[in-house]
Design a protein around this ligand. Structure first.
Ligand SMILES: N#Cc1c(-c2ccc3ccn(Cc4ccc(CN5CCOCC5)cc4)c3c2)n[nH]c1N
Length: 225
């Protein structure tokens, strides 16, 4: 999979060279390009924003630099992903959907967002998805893009050591996962549930399913079908 990110803070994505993502890039599972939007400006001050039509607080990102940057990146098969507080909810389902794609381009806005015509223009010939990672307000699209890259890339075959670990985790089946334990069996007066040390795999599977349903019901009832 090829990922391209356009941002006014390219250094923000230096972290993509470490951890799982760094290894994936070395192994050729993932190819990531980060591009500075200001490289697509032509004035002395490398201007990327201007005042909003109709007034209002803050500044809006100018369409011209975005047009030039994305013209050079988008292919017919690409999906243009625009993080936005007004976007569709980014869920594990959307992550699974994006993980099957060959090319994703992330447009990281700042200020009050990107001129609306950028998404409108590129939707004429490409798939464009405006996406939000949650109902809280960030200062830009970079944190959201980083979260989405991690959620998507870990679903790419070969990315995570044990594919089994992806199947049983929270949100993969739409429910929260059961609590996890490791050695020691006793810690500060707290014990591991005996069923997990019984060796009875059927009972362990049932216990985990019950715990998953009970946790989802009490913590995230909105996830229940
Ligand atoms: N994904 C994601 C996000 C983002 C996100 C993503 C991309 C950008 C680009 C700029 N920003 C800042 C910004 C904040 C708030 C608003 C709304 N305005 C409405 C009118 O009153 C002022 C405020 C707009 C722009 C972004 C925020 N926030 N939360 C998520 N889950």
């Amino acid at each position: 999979m090829r990922l391209d990110v356009v941002t006014i803070f390219p250094a923000f994505f230096d972290v993509l060279d470490v951890s799982l993502l760094g290894k994936a890039r070395e192994r050729g599972l993932l190819d990531i390009g980060v591009h500075d939007l200001r490289d697509f400006t032509h004035d002395r001050h490398r201007t990327v924003d201007d005042t909003p039509y109709g007034g209002g607080a803050g500044m809006v990102m100018k369409p011209e630099p975005w047009g030039e940057a994305l013209d050079g990146l988008l292919q017919p098969e690409s999906i243009l992903v625009i993080p936005s507080p007004a976007g569709e909810r980014f869920t594990q389902g959307v992550a699974r959907e994006f993980a099957t794609e060959s090319h994703l381009v992330f447009a990281c806005g700042r200020y009050e967002g990107i001129d609306h015509r950028v998404g409108e223009h590129f939707a004429r010939e490409h798939r464009v998805r405006s996406v939000s990672i949650g109902d809280y307000v960030l200062n830009g699209g970079e944190v959201a893009t980083m979260a989405m890259i991690e959620a998507i890339s870990r679903l790419i075959p070969g990315m995570v050591g044990n594919p089994e670990s992806i199947v049983e985790e929270s949100h993969e089946d739409g429910l929260l996962e059961a609590p996890a334990y490791t050695k020691p069996a006793q810690w500060r007066g707290l014990s591991v549930p005996p069923v997990l040390m019984s060796g009875n795999h059927g009972a362990i599977r049932q216990w985990r399913a019950d715990q998953s349903m009970e946790r989802t019901r009490s913590i995230r009832p909105d996830l229940l079908p």
